[in-house]
Design a protein around this ligand. Structure first.
Ligand code: NZQ
Ligand code: ZN
Length: 390
């Protein structure tokens, strides 16, 4: 067990009928806010009405800033920052998935500084203050509702970078599983795969050989991501299935799993972010391609860690007769087969990406590797991993 500080200040309101509390929760911080949301899902499922009437009831004026796209862009965040400064707004309310919540965090941080918000993402500036951010989550996936991270794509440089700071935690996040009933099958699966990867990244990169507390927690979150996603795909309006998936995805990246693991990395995300930046691949779809390849590469170095995961969550790998290597191979195959069962891509070829594009993807990902201090990831290593994703 390594030393750690566990700090998570986000207040969570979870369950049916919690969304109308957004007005009171926001009034505690400001009476004039920026309202950030995506393309049209919240208009189509009636959420926009519920949220805006709650804000009006709490006598909160709001400025609309819709149009956040999946894999959110720097230009749209810059427009939001300009609006906050021009109208002198005091808080940001986000209603959507991870793309919307991350945009809101970036706007909240960028609105209180004179320099460009992208400087936070390249490590040139650190966050000293932010506007309060309240969120209403509509898609179980990124975990942004209860963490201090944000991810943005700079379209001018084709870079998709992630940045974290303890001031970026949302003040309050409202999670009503019912609003996720309308999430289509593909994004339901992508969200579960994102949650699985958030846990796998830490499970596989910790160097501490003795972490049973964290391991059993992480194995349970991976298993829950799989079983609740299967239930949601079978019946999209199964409230408990949606609730289980939603809370699993939040717990998968709110700091709890990493506490005590010591230094961990996010290499699969480092590579996936380049697929999203260069080809606009949905984040979870990029991960369903990168995870099996990265595990096959890692299995050559540490089959035991993969075998141990398999033995704890996939019964057919828990056989004494299986060597560590065979158990590791079976575990990787289990993930790959499950991704395919959810109709998520598992090869670069399915994404329409050819072998000859691998060097450019690897080169793009090394810029983030430097910022995330993943020093042992060279051009050659990333190319080797990507060749296992073909
Ligand atoms: O734009 P709208 O119309 O709202 O449609 C969205 C979008 O097309 C749709 N959607 C969302 N809620 C819905 C819905 N459709 C029907 N019913 C609903 N209730 O789903 C599509 C995808 O939305 P998006 O927000 O892009 O998905 P997700 O939540 O997976 O977020 C992905 C972003 O999160 C970042 C990723 O990089 C990516 O940019 N991440 C953020 C992290 C963090 N802050 O800690 C960590 C993660 O690893 C991840 O990198
Ligand atoms: Zn992710």
């Amino acid at each position: 067990m390594q030393n750690f500080v566990f700090y998570n200040p986000t207040k969570i309101l979870f369950g049916r009928g919690t969304i109308p509390s957004i007005g009171a929760e926001t009034a505690a911080f400001s009476r004039n806010v920026l309202l950030v949301y995506g393309q049209e899902s919240i208009k189509k499922n009636g959420l926009y009405e519920i949220v805006t009437s709650s804000l009006k009831q709490a006598k909160i004026s709001f400025v609309d800033h819709g149009g956040v796209q999946s894999n959110p862009t720097l230009s749209h965040v810059r427009q939001g920052i300009a609006l906050v400064k021009e109208k002198n707004l005091g808080a940001v309310v986000a209603v959507g998935g991870g793309s919307v919540l991350d945009s809101a965090k970036a706007i909240g941080a960028g609105a209180v500084v004179a320099h460009d918000v992208w400087k936070f993402f390249t490590g040139k500036k650190s966050v000293k203050a932010t506007l309060p951010v309240m969120t209403i989550l509509t898609l179980a996936a990124a975990g942004s509702e209860m963490n201090s991270g944000m991810v943005l794509t700079n379209e001018e440089t084709n870079e998709k970078f992630g940045f974290g700071h303890r001031l970026l935690y949302p003040k309050t996040s409202i999670l009503d599983p019912e609003v996720t009933f309308t999430v289509p099958a593909n994004y339901t699966a992508y969200g579960a795969i994102d949650a699985i990867s958030h846990v796998l990244e830490f499970y596989m990169t910790t160097r501490d050989p003795d972490t049973p507390v964290q391991d059993r927690l992480m194995e349970g979150l991976i298993l829950n991501s799989i079983t609740s996603c299967d239930r949601c795909l079978k019946s999209p309006c199964d409230y408990n299935a949606r609730a289980n998936l939603m809370w699993t995805a939040t717990l998968a990246l709110n700091g709890l799993t990493a506490a005590g693991l010591g230094r961990v990395g996010f290499p699969m995300h480092m590579i996936e972010h380049s697929l999203s930046a260069l080809y606009d691949v949905p984040h979870g779809a990029g991960l369903s391609v990168v995870i099996p390849g990265w595990l096959r590469w890692y299995s050559k170095k540490n089959p035991g860690r993969i075998a141990s995961l398999g033995r704890h969550i996939f019964p057919e790998t828990d056989k004494e007769s299986l060597s560590e290597i065979d158990a590791a191979d079976k575990t990787i195959l289990f993930f790959q087969n499950w991704f395919q069962k959810t109709k998520s891509p598992t090869t670069l070829t399915e994404l329409g990406i050819a072998k000859k594009e691998i060097p450019q993807i690897a080169q793009n990902s090394l810029r983030l590797a430097r910022i995330w201090r993943l020093k042992n990831y060279s051009q050659q290593r990333v190319e080797n991993i990507l060749s296992l994703c073909l």
